[in-house]
Design a protein around this ligand. Structure first.
Ligand SMILES: C[S@@+](CC[C@H](N)C(=O)[O-])C[C@H]1O[C@@H](n2cnc3c(N)ncnc32)[C@H](O)[C@@H]1O
Length: 338
């Protein structure tokens, strides 16, 4: 379409004429009949003198320090790519701010599940419900909740060296338990904990310790045993997130934590990190709009996601986090208005 230069020029001239009369785009024109209402509203306007204070406050929020992850009790056996350990304090704050005790915490994109585990173990909710589509990840949760000692035994008796690791990675598991162990080995010895196809083994790793740099058998076993002690509060399903959201959408006492693969706005990160990464984000927002309970969603900070949240009248805020290169990045927290 051709741009109408004449119309644009006419508009510029009009604005210039108004400026000559002291009227700018930010001026407010009030009809004399509305003057009384306008006077009543005036106390609620921001005082221009407060603008500096408001700006300082906004700067303070935007430069808020990222959460110190070391203060969060790590309880997941996974080192999960895109894991939300750093967000746990925010989720706790959110739950403390609700004026009821949630009966159920639902995490439909569970991955490493640190949020669900923290809420269950710290007793912020009655029960947690985790769902995950990836059968490799699902196998770990199913085994921890049904036969944790199988995993503990294999972990404690496994010697990490290149041959042993490759033997497990190239094996064809015959059952869920074997699949769970293979997933743990991949998660601990592949770069960035990525278990999706295409991931390679770590090379030098932390302190040049190579394949062993993320292998802490005693810690893993301790975590698995703690989780299994809380199994009466934890439910896991190998299911599609959308099905789970639909299942609980009418439960106003249930709360949701939604952390999908970040693929909105053409972002590639989620594609490399997870085997299952195809999400219709608009559909997800539309399903969340139908949910009766409260929810919190996380996304990376992109214009597309902010626009989508606006379309559904959701509230958006930004939280700082440190990425793997120790740079401070912001992520979006999206909630339903009260
Ligand atoms: C960003 S990660 C979740 C990370 C998790 N919050 C944590 O702290 O470890 C997204 C997860 O969603 C899973 N996923 C992708 N599509 C799914 C679907 N349709 N239903 C359930 N899970 C899905 C992926 O396999 C991946 O584990």
């Amino acid at each position: 379409m051709q741009k109408d230069n004449t119309a644009a020029q006419r508009q510029t001239k009009r604005l210039e004429r108004l400026a000559d009369q002291g009227l700018y785009r930010k001026s407010i024109l009030v009809h004399k009949e509305c003057n009384k209402v306008f006077e009543n509203l005036k106390p609620y306007f921001a005082n221009p003198k407060s603008i500096d204070d408001l700006k300082k406050l906004a700067d303070k929020i935007l430069t808020a320090k990222p959460v110190n992850v070391a203060k969060v009790r790590q309880i997941s056996p996974f080192r999960y790519p895109g894991g939300k350990t750093w967000l746990v304090p925010e989720i706790k704050k959110w739950i403390f701010g609700l004026n009821f005790r949630p009966s159920l915490f639902i995490e439909p994109f569970a991955g490493g599940g640190i949020s669900s585990l923290s809420m269950a173990i710290e007793d912020l909710v009655d029960r947690v419900f985790m769902a995950e589509l990836d059968p490799d990840v699902a196998a770990v949760w199913k085994t921890i909740l049904s036969d944790p000692e199988y995993l503990c035994d294999r972990i404690l008796n496994f010697e990490v060296n290149r041959n042993n690791v490759l033997e497990i990675i190239n094996s064809e598991p015959q059952n869920t338990k074997q699949r769970a162990f293979k997933t743990i080995i991949k998660n601990r010895t592949q770069r960035g904990g990525i278990i999706a196809p295409g991931a390679s083994l770590v090379k030098s790793g932390e302190n040049g310790k190579g394949l062993k740099s993320r292998w802490y058998p005693d810690t893993l076993v301790r975590r698995i045993r703690i989780i299994s002690e809380f199994k009466y509060k934890i439910e896991f399903h190998e299911e599609d997130a959308f099905k789970i959201i639909n299942k609980f959408k009418n439960d106003s006492n249930a709360i949701f934590f939604i952390d999908p693969p970040y693929t909105a706005g053409g972002k590639k990160a989620g594609k490399r990190l997870y085997k299952y990464n195809h999400i219709n984000h608009e559909n997800l927002f539309s399903e969340m709009a139908k949910v009766k309970g409260k929810f919190i969603m996380t996304y990376d900070d992109t214009d597309e996601v902010i626009e989508l949240a606006k379309d559904f009248n959701f509230l958006v805020s930004k939280v700082p986090m440190k990425n793997t290169h120790h740079e401070v990045k912001y992520e979006l927290l999206i909630k339903k208005p009260d």
